[in-house]
Design a protein around this ligand. Structure first.
Ligand code: C2O
Ligand code: CU
Length: 502
């Protein structure tokens, strides 16, 4: 990915500049000058823009996990209803303190706890009631990322709760088994609230997922992994204002499920991991340190038709993937770790116990996802142009306006959205594009069929500079839904629009 960025940048007039700036990492420079600092002082607002871009490209490497702490596993939230097909939850956004570093208390936000949130479990067909309560000192919203719910339950920037306010939402779960998540969405404040710790997972199960025989012992061989990067100040506090970058806040400290220096001990069996890139702006490419393959079984919104063998997988902010790693042939001496290929950092070392586990055979067929010829033949009826950087980001030349509806679409009608990432003088950057209230199908990337591991339901799609992605979108419910870049600083800077579904 980084290579591609460089390629893009190098065709720009500022090629030499960019290459020399990037060279501080490790690449040789064409002009032999690796100190770009003096050149940086040149002039004007262009310089300002470039610095932000530069910061982003020179993003700090993540620190390696030393493996000294056992990975925390989020609690599963208890159902308050005793009626079988009904689910009732209470979700509070609250302030807290968390011992992330030994002996230091970090001020954090969390749902029903000090930091991050519990897992909310639904089954397809469930009638759900959630009492959402804002116990923060500032307004917030409760957004269900990837859930196909009516607009008024979606928790976009129009559904704010003032401090102390509570609101009950209701919906029915109509979509298939998947790993989704929830986080706040107040206009202009999303990035900071997520950064402080507001994020939790949503699991949907259905008859198919229960019959597939995939590892499903929560916390044992079915493990959620929320990846985030943060910067802590000298007092070990999250200081968003100090860390904030208009082009996406990137930290050097890696947290997995809020755990610093995590390690996970597994049995000698196949283990399913539900990966969420929960960072504000960092892209992760997950890989095993040995280069061994693993298997992807699910995308953002459901199972792939067949398990897909991979050596690495990239997730941009808010994307999910479920993967299965086979530990059954390993023993206690083996040193396996999940690393981030983007910078080589060790994210999660594994300890392997001497226990055997379940002997699960992966299913050959998991889903019947398909793209019909009719869908392939549909004309493009929505065009989305992503452009800009820093606080100048736009969609179709405009910034978010809560009073403006950008698109309308009929409930139940499939339309093709064409998303184009228009490069700028610097080459541009990847924008993870997300649509609320729908799972969509990726029809093509630059006219080509998407890779096999994108042939499944998605709600966020990474779009590279100069790339055009076509997706088929259908909303099952009505309401006003956001679509936006999930680089949270871009979102807060107005890289967001609204579609009204009637
Ligand atoms: Cu993850 Cu607009 O949301
Ligand atoms: Cu963006």
């Amino acid at each position: 990915m980084k290579k591609k960025f460089l390629l893009m940048a190098s065709i720009s007039l500022l090629a030499a500049f960019v290459l020399s700036a990037c060279a501080t990492n490790d690449e040789p420079t064409p002009n032999g000058n690796s100190n770009s600092m003096e050149e940086k002082d040149n002039d004007s607002n262009m310089n300002q823009d470039m610095e932000g871009h530069m910061d982003h490209d020179e993003e700090p490497n993540l620190t390696d996990s030393t493996g000294e702490n056992e990975l925390k596993i989020p609690a599963a939230l208890g159902n308050e209803s005793d009626n079988e097909s009904e689910v009732a939850y209470t979700v509070r956004a609250q302030k807290g303190e968390t011992e992330i570093f030994d002996g230091a208390k970090t001020k954090t936000y969390g749902y029903n706890g000090d930091f991050l949130g519990p897992v909310l479990r639904f089954s397809k067909g469930d009638k759900v009631k959630i009492n959402t309560i804002n116990e923060l000192d500032e307004e917030t919203t409760f957004h269900w990322h990837g859930l196909e719910v009516p607009g008024e339950a979606d928790g976009g920037p129009h559904e704010t709760l003032e401090p102390g306010e509570e609101k009950q939402i209701e919906f029915e779960v109509t979509q298939e088994a998947s790993t989704l998540w929830f986080h706040p969405h107040p206009d202009g404040k999303t990035a900071e609230q997520v950064y402080n710790g507001l994020a939790g997972l949503v699991y949907i199960e259905d008859d198919n997922s229960k019959s597939l025989n995939l590892p499903n012992k929560y916390g044992e061989n079915d493990i959620p992994l929320i990846f985030q990067d943060r910067t802590f100040d000298d007092e070990k506090q999250l200081n968003y204002d100090a860390a904030m970058n208009e082009d996406g806040t990137i930290g050097e400290t890696s947290l997995v499920n809020g755990t610093l220096n995590p390690k996970l001990t597994v049995n000698q069996e196949k283990v399913r991991f539900r990966l969420l890139n929960g960072s504000n702006a960092r892209n992760y490419t997950f890989k095993l340190n040995t280069g061994d393959s693993f298997v992807q079984v699910a995308t953002d919104g459901g199972f792939l038709n067949e398990p897909k063998k991979l050596n690495e997988i990239t997730l941009t902010p808010s994307e999910r993937a479920e993967i299965v790693i086979d530990f059954s042939q390993l023993d206690t001496e083996d040193e396996l770790a999940l690393i981030n290929e983007e910078d080589g950092s060790i994210l999660l070392p594994f300890g392997i116990s001497d226990q055997g586990g379940e002997d699960t055979e992966l299913p050959e067929k998991m889903n019947d996802f398909s793209i019909t010829e009719d869908e392939m033949d549909l004309p493009v009826t929505k065009e989305v142009e992503l452009f800009g950087m820093m606080d100048k980001v736009t969609i179709n030349g405009k910034k978010f306006d809560p009073d403006r509806i950008d698109f309308t679409q009929e409930q139940g009608e499939t339309e093709v959205w064409e998303i184009y990432n228009k490069p700028d003088d610097m080459g541009g950057m990847i924008h993870p594009f997300h649509i609320h209230g729908a799972q969509f199908k990726v029809l093509s990337r630059d006219g080509e069929k998407p890779s096999e591991n994108e042939q499944g339901w998605k709600d966020t799609i990474s779009v590279e500079p100069e790339e055009t992605v076509k997706v088929a979108v259908q909303f099952k419910e009505k309401g006003v839904y956001m679509f936006h870049c999930h680089n949270l600083e871009h979102e807060d800077n107005g890289m967001m629009g609204q579609v009204k579904v009637k």
